[in-house]
Design a protein around this ligand. Structure first.
Ligand SMILES: Cc1cc2nc3c(=O)[nH]c(=O)nc-3n(C[C@H](O)[C@H](O)[C@H](O)COP(=O)(O)OP(=O)(O)OC[C@H]3O[C@@H](n4cnc5c(N)ncnc54)[C@H](O)[C@@H]3O)c2cc1C
Ligand SMILES: *[C@@H]1O[C@H](CO)[C@@H](O)[C@H](O)[C@H]1NC(C)=O
Ligand SMILES: *[C@@H]1O[C@H](CO)[C@@H](O)[C@H](O)[C@H]1NC(C)=O
Ligand SMILES: *[C@@H]1O[C@H](CO)[C@@H](O)[C@H](O)[C@H]1NC(C)=O
Ligand SMILES: *[C@@H]1O[C@H](CO)[C@@H](O)[C@H](O)[C@H]1NC(C)=O
Ligand SMILES: *[C@@H]1O[C@H](CO)[C@@H](O)[C@H](O)[C@H]1NC(C)=O
Length: 598
């Protein structure tokens, strides 16, 4: 059934699942005070980690301002398989659309972002991993700060993560490496909770075509290459979001206040310290017809509004490219042309195959009776297909060493142990924005570009904070990106042509039948979109770098009293779906903040 139909039927059955939250305010008049030690903008993935860690000290007063709604009782934010029904174009989404993409035949499409407690961690697809060790070592090298190196960062996995048994209780021996993982952290993570009819064929392919598609025992320990079992932010058959974990843990503390329906419209200059403007006043309101409320941070204002929200707020506050701001009559306080630039994202390319039989999940998604049986099973036992995420196997791969592109373009990957592309196996028709055909069974092999060299931007469309910014990821506009995604499409066809798929995979669906490079490129331009992993719009660089938005301690350059703690500070997209790296970043940021200010 179309996501929207599914979604509206779910609204009716929500409202029964979450405990009530104590210090969660819905109206500014409820706030206990207007001055706090720290004000965190955004109760998203990173923001809730900070809310928790900073209030471990009962003397520290923290306010979190969240533009979106509560996640309480939102069934689709709890039942893992229903995650994709939460966006795009719902009350839980910011409803962004990309500007016409020149690399994609001028197409535009939605770019979802969670607008509720938990941010994107409440609406994402729950793949949970941390990237390549080479990613963090490269960040340490670029910023000159050894604290970002993998050997340091990986320690935060143990604080963050709590590996729990999968929903179906299967034996996970050989499916991950326990030593890479935490069991005492905050966020439950598990291996797939329901077996899929194609699982055995995927694993057989990693044996049959081992030189191109080797088996990986664990992509969560810094070593990403190969294909294996996905780890997900799921525990006990339910989504683990930053809200259901970090925030739920901390919300009872008297020193934490969280206000929803509060959209921050700007930070205001409150003085000058050491020759730098300080921005310790935060303006917010619930909509453009309501006068803003102003709150003050004694210690720091922390932007955790995500890769689109953070650069938007910085620019609205007069911190950005002077030419851009002047054009909108915004007074520039800190001229920094890097704000909102260098946006980078993984590209998603669905390669769909017609398959035999009815063991794919397409039937479940079209048949309301099958679906209610599955929902009832989940409701009573927290097991079954709906207790699982949408994919069970994936992996990270490299282009061959002799790939022709390397004759003209340097290898953009983080290093020889990092990947260029990702293969994701879905047991159904997974094509964002396109409804499942009314008949047929499908398998989707997503090939995703992991080391893109295209860079885009997030710029203001207006000085009105309630007008959406212009989001231009500039997808597939470099020779490397076009080459790599083309080769990744070809490789996904080689994967599906292993003997392991004989009798199951019948034929390529739609444009996937293309064989010439030109036809594959045309298919890609017509089909590719976002993997939802934007970063780089408030990039971290060395203290003395000529560009960049934050220093290696995440303080905004040229500004006093403001840090950015969210995915916007990654200078490039890591070899991972981005929530895991963002959680590790936020844990590290909490240490930096606590050690410098308390
Ligand atoms: C559909 C989808 C699927 C995804 N799938 C996966 C996946 O399977 N695995 C994975 O690892 N990653 C996935 N991601 C990406 C991942 O979830 C994000 O990269 C990560 O969660 C970003 O964290 P963040 O803290 O930077 O931002 P967010 O989690 O987006 O938090 C930002 C918060 O700030 C709030 N905010 C923004 N502006 C304002 C303002 N002006 N005032 C007040 N509040 C504001 C937002 O509402 C939000 O709550 C997916 C994302 C999406 C959208
Ligand atoms: C997004 O669109 C939905 C559906 O139209 C709407 O309910 C919601 O308010 C919109 N969100 C924003 C932030 O505009
Ligand atoms: C924090 O707790 C102290 C006592 O433990 C109390 O005096 C103070 O008002 C609390 N702050 C907030 C923001 O609730
Ligand atoms: C974008 O990033 C590159 C490095 O990858 C840097 O040289 C350039 O200055 C950045 N651009 C801006 C506007 O910050
Ligand atoms: C779950 O079960 C309860 C009774 O145990 C029932 O009231 C509720 O409607 C069910 N919810 C769903 C989503 O089926
Ligand atoms: C790369 O090397 C392999 C064998 O190692 C060969 O089959 C392939 O044709 C080569 N590709 C290019 C582009 O040279």
């Amino acid at each position: 059934m179309p996501a929207s139909t599914l979604f509206s039927s779910l609204i009716l059955v929500s409202g029964l699942l979450s405990p009530s939250l104590a210090a969660l305010y819905t109206n500014p008049s409820q706030l206990p005070r207007l001055t706090y030690d720290y004000i965190i903008v955004g109760a998203g993935t990173a923001g809730n980690v900070l809310a928790n860690r900073l209030t471990e000290n009962p003397k520290t007063q923290v306010l979190v301002l969240e533009a979106g709604v509560s996640d309480q009782g939102v069934l689709a934010a709890i039942v893992p398989f229903l995650g994709p029904t939460l966006t795009p174009g719902t009350q839980y989404d910011w409803n962004y659309t990309v500007t016409p993409q020149t690399g994609l035949n001028g197409r535009t499409f939605p770019f979802p972002r969670g607008r509720m407690l938990g941010g994107c961690s409440s609406v994402n697809y729950m793949v949970h991993q941390y990237g390549s060790s080479a990613d963090f070592d490269k960040i340490a090298h670029l910023t000159g700060e050894p604290g970002w190196a993998w050997n340091n960062i990986k320690q935060n996995i143990y604080k963050h993560e709590k590996v729990v048994p999968p929903a179906d209780g299967h034996n996970t021996a050989g499916q991950y490496i326990p030593a890479n993982h935490g069991t005492n952290g905050i966020l439950p993570v598990s291996l797939p909770g329901a077996s899929q009819a194609i699982d055995a064929r995927v694993i057989a392919t990693t044996q049959e075509l081992a030189s191109e598609f080797p088996y990986s025992k664990d992509q969560g320990g810094g070593d990403v290459l190969g294909i294996g079992w996905v780890q997900s932010s799921i525990g006990g058959g339910k989504r683990s979001s930053s809200s259901s974990t970090y925030l739920a843990d901390a919300i009872k503390r008297p020193n934490l206040s969280v206000l929803i329906n509060a959209q921050v419209t700007k930070l205001a200059k409150t003085g000058t310290v050491d020759g730098k403007p300080s921005f310790r006043a935060v303006h917010f309101s619930c909509d453009q017809n309501t006068n803003p409320t102003v709150v003050h941070a004694k210690k720091e204002t922390i932007l955790a509004a995500g890769a689109f929200g953070t650069p938007q707020i910085l620019q609205l506050s007069g911190i950005g490219d002077k030419a851009d701001l002047t054009a909108l009559n915004i007074k520039t306080i800190v001229n920094n042309p890097s704000v909102g630039k260098n946006l980078s994202d993984h590209v998603l390319m669905p390669n769909i195959f017609n398959v035999a039989g009815t063991a794919s999940l397409d039937g479940l998604m079209r048949d309301t009776t099958l679906f209610s049986v599955a929902l009832n099973l989940w409701n009573t036992t927290k097991t079954g297909t709906l207790a699982n995420g949408i994919v069970s196997n994936l992996g990270f791969l490299r282009l061959p060493k002799n790939a022709s592109i390397f004759a003209t373009v340097p290898d953009p990957s983080s290093g020889p142990t990092a990947s260029h592309w990702e293969l994701i196996v879905a047991n159904f028709f997974l094509y964002p924005g396109v409804a499942t055909p009314s008949t047929g069974s499908f398998m989707t092999l997503i090939s995703a570009l992991i080391s893109p060299t295209s860079r885009g931007s997030v710029t203001l469309a207006s000085s009105n904070p309630f007008t959406k910014p212009l989001i231009n990821p500039n997808f597939l506009t470099t020779a490397f990106d076009i080459y790599a995604i083309r080769e990744a499409v070809k490789a996904s066809k080689r994967f599906a042509s292993a003997y392991a798929w004989a009798g199951y995979v019948l034929s390529p669906y739609g444009g996937l039948s293309a064989t010439s490079d030109a036809d594959i490129d045309a298919f890609v331009r017509e089909t590719a979109s976002t993997m939802f992993h934007p970063v780089g719009t408030a990039s971290m660089t060395a203290k003395d770098a000529k560009w960049g938005v934050v220093d290696p301690d995440l303080r905004v350059k040229g500004v006093e009293g403001v840090r950015v703690v969210d995915a916007s500070v990654f200078p490039f997209v890591p070899n991972a779906h981005t929530q895991g790296p963002t959680y590790l970043l936020a844990e590290k940021a909490a240490e930096l903040i606590i050690s410098s200010c308390q």
